[in-house]
Design a protein around this ligand. Structure first.
Ligand code: SF4
Length: 153
């Protein structure tokens, strides 16, 4: 692990030509194909598996290739949007244990925001500079009724 951390941190300073000779043939072949086509979809499943499991010099090559491809495709300018995530409810009947967020409908801290609350939260976001809201929620059975309301308003 110590090798990885120290070595992997070097990747922004490396070029593909420097790291490619150190990579295994399988990894180098797959990455050269992606760099050539600029399309990861060109890989076969076996090649994807090799890349998903690579380590050491192969992992370093993967990082350098990904950074090279990113630079070639979109350059070095990073953009972002100010966004607010608004969860209209935390009530969920699935209880899949993926999140620590969901509540049963009778739990004291469960909620289901009204359309007015959602509008207020969206306006708050706008006033704070947001240009986008992401509205999401759990799988409450009330969602269908709420969705119908949204369609009509
Ligand atoms: S809210 Fe989503 S992730 Fe959380 S328990 Fe329900 S289905 Fe699972």
């Amino acid at each position: 692990m110590a090798w990885q951390v120290a070595e992997l941190e070097k990747f922004p300073a490396l070029t593909w030509d420097e790291i490619a000779p150190q990579a295994s043939v399988a990894v180098r072949t797959a990455l050269e194909r992606v760099l050539e086509t600029q399309d990861g979809a060109c890989l076969r499943d076996e090649q994807r598996y090799v890349l998903a499991n690579c380590d050491h010099a192969d992992l370093l090559a993967l990082l350098v290739a990904a950074d090279t491809l990113r630079r070639d495709l979109v350059g070095n300018i990073v953009t972002y949007v100010v966004n607010r995530n608004i969860n209209f409810t935390n009530i969920c009947f699935v209880g899949c244990k993926f999140c620590a967020f969901s509540r049963g409908p009778r739990e004291a801290d469960s909620y289901f925001h009204s359309l007015e609350d959602m509008g207020r939260k969206s306006r708050e976001a706008w006033e704070l500079g947001a240009t986008e809201v992401c509205i999401q929620g759990c799988t409450s059975t009330r969602f269908l009724r709420w969705k119908s309301c949204m369609a009509w308003n």
